[in-house]
Unconditional design. Structure first.
Ligand code: PGA
Length: 251
């Protein structure tokens, strides 16, 4: 069966020292309380190697929050998928709405990034989701379908089987406004059906689809109880080990 996953997305928070401390706290908590799901920490690039070295890789996976859409060369300030791989990280968050909105990441760019992440044997945690106006206009199904089709549907079934999806309604990110469990289940089921139409039921059923957007210890259980919600991508609540563990403990 597909894997349940709780992944933290620290975004641009924590100095190196603070990040290593937080990762060690999470690691210690999980050593004492074996999680019933896969746990991943999405750190800034500069933390990756140190965090990967410090945590027990059986308990905690490590993710970059982005990578370059080029292999290597004269791209000042960029970090390649191969460089991420060399740190010991296993995942890359791709297509987060903040990357799409503030850094102009299009589905075409994300297609390139996905290919490079997979070529380096990393797991993409690929984010999709609509903005408020699209939800209010009833276009959210079309929006997520297009994001998936344009960035991911060139993949073979075998490669698609290596992708983790994260549905994150942009209106719920960092706003304290969570999608209701019914809203989450409705669109997660739609996403899974979209995958089934392209790759067949088996691939669709094996794909983990995470929910993200103001997920916290108080609402994680009811969100994760949905049959098509396989965990969460957690921003704000991943910055405190206790809160993050409260979400992990929902499984
Ligand atoms: P949030 O962020 O949990 O702070 O809403 C989620 C995300 O952006 O991944």
């Amino acid at each position: 069966m597909r894997q349940n996953i709780v992944a933290g997305n620290w975004k641009m928070n924590n100095t190196l020292e603070e990040g290593v401390t937080l990762a060690n706290e999470v690691n210690e908590i999980l050593k004492a309380n074996k999680p019933n799901c896969k746990v991943v920490l999405g750190t800034p690039f500069i933390h990756l190697a140190e965090v990967a070295k410090n945590v027990d890789c059986e308990l905690v996976g490590v993710a970059a929050q982005n990578c370059a859409d080029k292999v290597s060369g004269a791209y000042t300030g960029e970090t390649s998928a191969a460089m991420v791989k060399s740190t010991g990280a296993q995942y890359v968050i791709l297509g987060h709405s903040e990357r799409r909105a503030y850094y102009g990441e299009t589905n075409a760019i994300l297609k390139e990034k996905t290919d490079l992440v997979l070529a380096n044997e990393l797991t993409p945690i690929f984010c999709i989701g609509e903005v408020l106006e699209e939800r209010e206009a009833g276009k959210h199904f079309d929006v997520v379908k297009e994001q998936i089709e344009e960035a991911l549907f060139h993949l073979s079934a075998e490669d698609f089987g290596k992708v983790v999806l994260a549905y994150e309604p942009v209106w719920a990110i960092g706003t304290g406004k969570t999608a209701s469990p019914e809203q989450a289940q409705e669109i997660h089921a739609f996403i899974r059906q979209t995958l089934a139409n392209k790759y067949g039921a088996e691939v669709a059923n094996e794909t983990s689809i995470l929910y993200g957007g103001s997920c916290k210890p108080s609402n994680a259980k009811e969100l994760f109880a949905n049959p098509d919600v396989d965990g969460g991508l957690i921003g704000g609540a991943s910055l405190k080990a206790e809160d993050f563990h409260g979400i992990i403990a929902a499984f």
